[in-house]
Design a protein around this ligand. Structure first.
Ligand code: FAD
Length: 399
């Protein structure tokens, strides 16, 4: 049993020696990584982990990526960072052994079906119905903004199972087969011209009770686990120094500005340095937070990281297009209406990144909602008025 960083290093060395990266296909490598407890080191033994800390996980991830190992997170972004910790916290043993391994290898892509046309920030107000029919549940309703639903084998969905109690109390979570009869997935195109996300219609979709995640009426607690992990997964990563958007900004500056010494160039260099320092502070803050975090659901520090990430990405991608001068206005797309591949959510062209980063302050909870959470849960300020807290969901006025 590994207990120290040195033990973890030994396990990783052995994995790479037994399954050389050049000659092993990614699914086999990731499967073996899972079986050896090196998928999520902070998960329990048998669930892809070794019962270690999130800091150990970060260390292992860094070493594996540096060695060129395939990234389970890139292959299955929602499954890896949000669904897996939710299944570990709330799933039955059968659900853990059925779903976690193929999720990690990327053989089964996952999506998260929370938002609805009338329930985004106030997701607890959702209207998707789940009605019990013997050993099954029947799902009817609509979800929206569902990232990767078009590629997903399964989705984590929350639905209303009891409209007669206050909104947070009548929700139940399920693991739904995205290819079941009655599921209809339609693309929604974004400002980049690509459709990462979808609207999903559920018409009398049957889900066995064995695919219920957590207790009946306990779906709000389940979804909090997902949302807290989502915030850390979006905003709490620790990329290598000088990588990502700030790395791109430095590259553009070197190719277009570094030789100039006029007043404009000096001002531009100051802008770049300020951005570099802000990005580095964010990176180191996330590093410290992940070192301090114990295993289990992350706390409100995830909201701090998510807010900072959204704001900084928007500022830094704007700096990139500014550094490009008039070329920054020429996004090389004529709105192609593409379905992106798995890697489409990565940056690439900075003009595309600039457009894509607009979504950062909406996805995973808006920046306004993050500020509310920080105000209430970190600073202890007075909460927002919540008039519907004790009212049965069916009696809450809806727009
Ligand atoms: C790229 C992208 C990917 C997404 N992927 C998924 C996904 O995979 N699965 C999924 O379920 N959802 C997904 N979403 C949806 C996302 O979670 C919601 O868009 C988000 O929670 C906001 O909800 P809304 O769009 O309904 O806006 P609304 O909640 O209607 O908000 C509208 C505006 O009002 C503000 N506002 C709302 N309530 C408050 C308040 N209490 N205090 C202050 N201001 C407030 C908001 O900040 C916002 O500016 C995705 C969104 C995007 C952009």
């Amino acid at each position: 049993m590994a207990t120290s960083e040195a033990d973890v290093d030994e396990l990783i060395d052995d994995l790479i020696a037994s399954y050389p990266l050049q000659s092993t296909d990614p699914v086999t490598f990731l499967g073996e990584q899972f079986d050896r407890g090196l998928a999520w080191l902070h998960f329990p033994v048998g669930a892809g982990g070794l019962g270690l800390s999130p800091a150990d996980q970060l260390h292992a991830l860094r070493r594996l990526l540096k060695a060129g190992a395939p990234s389970a997170g890139m292959r299955n972004i929602i499954g890896y960072g949000m669904v897996a910790p939710t299944i570990v916290s709330h799933g039955t043993d059968e659900q853990k052994s059925r779903f976690l391994r193929p999720l990690f290898t990327g053989e089964e892509i996952w999506c998260q079906l929370f938002s609805e046309p009338g329930a985004g920030s106030d997701v607890a107000g959702l209207a998707m119905r789940a009605e019990r029919d013997g050993d099954e549940w029947i799902l009817t309703g609509q979800k929206v903004w569902t990232t990767l639903a078009h590629m997903a084998a399964y989705g984590l969905i929350i639905a209303r199972t009891n409209p007669d109690v206050p909104k947070h109390k009548g929700i139940t979570a399920f693991l739904v087969d995205m290819h079941a009869p009655g599921v209809d997935v339609r693309p929604l195109f974004q400002v980049t011209g690509e459709a990462e996300f979808n609207e999903c219609f559920f018409h009398e979709v049957r889900v066995p009770d064995s695919r219920r995640l957590g207790g009946v009426g306990e779906g709000w607690g389940v979804s909090i686990t997902t949302l807290m992990n989502e915030r850390v997964s979006i905003g709490g990563t620790v990329p290598p120094r000088n990588s990502g958007l700030i790395g791109e900004a430095v590259k553009i500056w070197k190719s277009r500005w570094a030789d100039r010494t006029d007043a404009e160039a000096i001002a531009v260099r100051s802008d770049l340095m300020r951005a570099w320092v802000r990005n580095e502070v964010g990176r180191l803050t996330n590093w410290r937070a992940s070192d301090l975090r114990r295993a289990g659901t992350p706390g409100p520090e995830g909201s701090v990281a998510k807010l900072a990430f959204a704001e900084e990405n928007q500022r830094t991608s704007e700096l990139c297009v500014n550094l490009m001068g008039s070329d920054g206005m020429l996004y090389g797309s004529n709105y192609p209406l593409l379905r992106p591949s798995e890697s489409a959510m990565s940056g690439g062209d900075m003009r595309k990144a600039f457009l894509r980063m607009r979504a950062n302050s909406i996805e995973g909870g808006t920046s306004e909602v993050m500020r509310n959470i920080i105000g209430e849960r970190v600073l202890g300020l007075a909460g927002e008025p919540r008039n519907d807290k004790d009212v049965a969901w069916k009696d809450v006025p809806k727009s």
